[in-house]
Structure formats: structure tokens, C-alpha cells
Ligand binder design. Structure first.
Ligand SMILES: C[S@@+](CC[C@H](N)C(=O)[O-])C[C@H]1O[C@@H](n2cnc3c(N)ncnc32)[C@H](O)[C@@H]1O
Length: 213
């Protein structure tokens, strides 16, 4: 297993945590309908990669155990507060998605929303998700992705990429996550590609779906 180190900036780390906390209502407005569908009938224990400030807890039943793989310690306070607000039994693991310490074939339900854009080795993170999933388990995701090559949106993504990557601590506006998932060797992969209606133009090209090992 890859031992990936995670570095967060002393200034941008807390700022990002504050931003995600304060964007929570807007993110809920954008994603509510699809997240409700994706997370429907989730089991009592759920693993989430890069939980951030805990935006997905509102879609989990009260009493759910959430194992949050969140390497950024600046996110942890908001995660804990959200867990109390939503009645979630939270276990934080300060690890990267590339170095998950859960056993093989042990998880029924793994979530990633807006995370594979940021992990430093997405192929390894996908590999780890697949490793920990039970054969009957499901991986659900919503990610922003590289727009169609040659489109205006892809041009905008390329312009914004560097400052975005710097400010949002490693987030890539133009990563081909759909392709990475297709190369991940899942038995079944359901991907829907769409454009989000939002002023955050560089991240409006998105995918959502499910993968089965
Ligand atoms: C854009 S935020 C998304 C947070 C949350 N999933 C949401 O939908 O609001 C990306 C999150 O991924 C986390 N992250 C960054 N690198 C990571 C890695 N290598 N493994 C796991 N999480 C990572 C960041 O700390 C941050 O919390």
C-alpha cells in the first residue's frame, strides 16, 4: 500500500475548511436530489473518503456509523460538529485515500464526493476503494471532471487550473476521473456525465454514479 503524505497549508487549510462549512447550504441546494438517490438504503456503516466538513452527513440516517478518511486535520472540528448535529457515530481516520487501513473486502458502502479531483494519486485511491469493498458492496461518487477536449469549458478549466490547484490545496479542475474509474477494474461501473448549473464554472463538468467490485 502506498504511504502518501498529506500536507496542508497553515493558512489555506483553515480557510478551505471555513469555505466548505459556509458553502454547505449551497452544496445541499446543488446536490440534494442526486445525493438522496445515491445514498438511499445505505447500510448502518459507511466509509467516506475526504469527508471535508461533513457535507454528506445530512443524507445519512441518524445512528449511522461513518468512518471518515480525512487527512486534513483542519476539517476535523467541523466534521465533529456536523456529526453531533446529524446524530452520526463518527470515527475519523487521519489517513489519505491512497493509504486506507481497513481490511480487504470489509466495506458495504464507500462514498466519495468532490475528492478524486484532489487526491495526489487517484489511481491508487480508486484501487484502495476497490480493495476495501466487499464483493456485494457499492462505491458511490459525484466528482467534477475534465470537460470535453476542445470545448470552451475545457479551455476555461485549463486557465483556472493553476490558481485553483494552489488555493484549493491540490484540486485539479481538469482531471479525467471518468477514465481513471474505467481503468479501475470494477465489475460494473455506472457513470452519468452532466453539466452542473453553477457559477463555479471550472467544476461544472461532472460525473456521478456507482461502481461494484
Ligand atoms: C473539495 S473537498 C470535498 C469535501 C466533501 N467530500 C464534500 O463533498 O463537501 C475535498 C476533500 O478531500 C480531502 N482530501 C485531500 N486529499 C486527500 C487524500 N489524499 N485522501 C483523502 N482525502 C483527501 C480534503 O481534505 C477535503 O476534505
Amino acid at each position: 500500500m502506498e504511504q502518501t503524505t498529506f500536507k496542508t497549508n497553515k493558512i489555506r487549510g483553515p480557510i478551505n475548511s471555513w469555505i466548505f462549512k459556509n458553502l454547505d447550504g449551497y452544496m445541499n441546494f446543488l446536490f440534494k436530489k442526486e445525493k438522496k438517490k445515491l445514498f438511499k438504503n445505505h447500510p448502518d456503516t459507511v466509509v467516506e473518503i475526504g469527508s471535508g466538513a461533513g457535507a454528506n452527513m445530512r443524507y445519512l440516517r441518524a445512528g449511522t456509523k461513518l468512518i471518515a478518511i480525512e487527512p486534513n486535520v483542519f476539517m476535523h472540528n467541523n466534521l465533529k460538529k456536523n456529526a453531533i448535529n446529524h446524530g452520526i457515530n463518527l470515527e475519523i481516520r487521519t489517513l489519505t485515500g491512497e493509504s486506507i487501513d481497513l481490511p480487504d473486502n470489509s466495506c458495504d458502502f464507500v462514498i466519495s464526493t468532490l475528492v478524486l479531483c484532489t487526491v495526489s494519486n487517484p489511481a491508487e485511491c480508486i484501487n484502495q476503494i476497490k480493495r476495501i469493498l466487499k464483493p456485494s458492496g457499492v462505491f458511490v461518487f459525484i466528482e467534477h471532471v475534465k470537460a470535453r477536449e476542445g470545448s470552451i469549458l475545457s479551455y476555461i478549466q485549463n486557465i483556472f487550473h493553476k490558481p485553483w490547484h494552489w488555493f484549493f490545496e491540490g484540486c485539479n479542475t481538469n482531471r479525467n476521473i471518468g477514465q481513471l474509474l474505467k481503468s479501475g477494474g470494477f465489475r460494473v461501473l455506472k457513470i452519468e456525465q452532466y453539466n452542473l448549473y453553477s457559477p463555479f464554472i471550472p467544476i461544472t463538468s461532472q460525473i456521478r454514479g456507482k461502481a461494484f467490485k
